[in-house]
Write a protein that binds this ligand. Structure first.
Ligand SMILES: [Zn+2]
Length: 417
């Protein structure tokens, strides 16, 4: 039998499908075949793996088995997502992942935007003494230089340079260590790297992006994609909120910088359900686009359960209601406890629309996946995970159809541009 291993996708527009249950690849494949996106079928962050009790090998095997069963011949990628420490690298490399997403956000200084200049100077002095920078090349490389990209000429003055450095320099030093670990774990070839700073508080300005790109070059880190923190709100499970014109203007600048100083793709995380910006992304980015989705496939699994086994769904929903206050903490969402209490009053009679289209329950289901899949049990003591998998296996056609319909809307809108 032909081996079916993930491959490098390079600078071709791509789409990442997270699959927390390990049963979604077949549906992802069906819909992906209709469009012109290179697919990433295996994709999970270390955090999600620990929340769902899966190993990197489990994640890989689920995708490989589904692709084999479908006799898939095309290229596909495998994303070891949001790797934070050097220890995260070896297990994912051993499992055969080809795409490594470095998440240095713990080293990003979100205060830098607002810090008084004196404080910033002191912080930058610290970068010198830690060896993140050497004094000599600092002024030469940035100050007084002009950097052109996409019809805009960027220049750093001391303040904008120090803000960019204060914010990202330490993160980039961490990326260098991570990149070295990834290179060595993979025998110095056969891998792609993404860097993501999307999970930080303040947006990445085009000038800060330029600083990142130049520092990556200096450090010899080659990346295939970068996920900046965009302007506006990218909440889990719901549409983009923000000024569309401003989004498009800054996106054009980000893409131009990525093209000129990379080239690499612009990666959009929390990319599911952002319907209002999809045509813009498709139009502006062309091939320099990666869109990453994770939890939305899990919601389609639950939608399927709602349709074919509503009793199980309601038990899960009730459990999620109990978990919400705790589980929401590590997420950036606007749904409140009060909204959940209101919505769950109708849990006995609620419609598919209430549970799967409207923000409160959608975000409730989104943030509680880890609890449902690891600890959640029904009244009889059976793990929800088991019951979910059994239901989905029994109704695989309905599951596939729900995934297909959902991602059709995504890829269709992305292809509109
Ligand atoms: Zn992300």
């Amino acid at each position: 039998m032909a081996s079916i291993s993930p491959q490098l996708l390079g600078l071709k527009k791509s789409f990442g499908y997270g699959d927390r249950l390990g049963l979604a690849t077949r549906g992802h494949l069906e819909v992906n075949n209709k469009y012109d996106f290179a697919p990433i079928f295996a994709q999970q962050s270390i955090r999600e793996m620990s929340r769902t009790g899966r190993t990197p090998a489990d994640v890989m095997k689920a995708a490989v088995d589904a692709l084999k069963a479908a006799n898939y011949q095309g290229a596909w990628g495998a994303d070891a997502d949001h790797l934070k420490t050097e220890n995260d690298v070896a297990p994912t490399s051993t499992a055969g992942f080809t795409f490594y997403t470095i998440d240095p956000s713990e080293f990003v200084n979100d205060q830098a935007d607002a810090q008084p200049f004196g404080t910033l100077m002191a912080a930058v002095e610290e970068l010198y003494s830690e060896g993140v920078f050497t004094t000599l090349d600092w002024d030469d490389r940035f100050l007084g230089e002009k950097f052109a990209a996409g019809g805009t000429v960027y220049r750093f003055d001391r303040e904008t340079l120090y803000r960019a450095a204060g914010k990202y320099a330490r993160a980039l030093a961490h990326c260098e260590k991570m990149a070295a670990a990834i290179a060595s774990a993979n025998g110095y070839g056969g891998y792609e790297i993404e860097i993501s700073v999307d999970e930080t508080a303040s947006p990445t300005s085009p000038l800060e992006h330029l600083f990142i790109a130049l520092e990556l070059k200096r450090r010899g880190i080659r990346i295939v994609s970068l996920a900046p923190r965009f302007i506006g709100e990218f909440e889990k499970g719901i549409d983009y909120r923000g000024d569309l014109e401003e989004f498009e203007t800054t996106l054009k600048q980000h893409v131009a910088i990525a093209e000129r100083y990379g080239p690499y793709k612009i990666s959009v995380h929390s990319g599911s359900d952002k319907f209002s910006i999809y045509p813009i992304l498709g139009r502006v980015c062309g091939n320099l686009l990666h869109v990453k989705t994770a939890g939305t496939s899990y919601l389609e699994a639950l939608r399927t359960v709602f349709r074919v086994n509503p009793g199980l769904f309601r038990e899960i929903l009730e459990y999620c209601g109990e978990r919400f206050a705790e589980d929401r903490r590590s997420y950036h969402i606007s749904t409140t406890d009060e909204e959940i209490r209101e919505a769950l009053k109708k849990s006995g009679s609620g419609s598919e629309r209430l549970f799967f289209e409207e923000r409160p329950v959608r975000q409730l289901l989104h943030v509680t996946f880890g609890s449902v899949l690891s600890e959640g049990r029904n009244a009889a003591g059976r793990p929800f995970r088991e019951a979910l998998l059994e239901t989905l296996e029994k109704h695989s056609a309905e599951h596939r159809q729900a995934l297909e319909a959902h991602f059709d809307r995504h890829l269709g809108a992305l292809s509109q541009g």
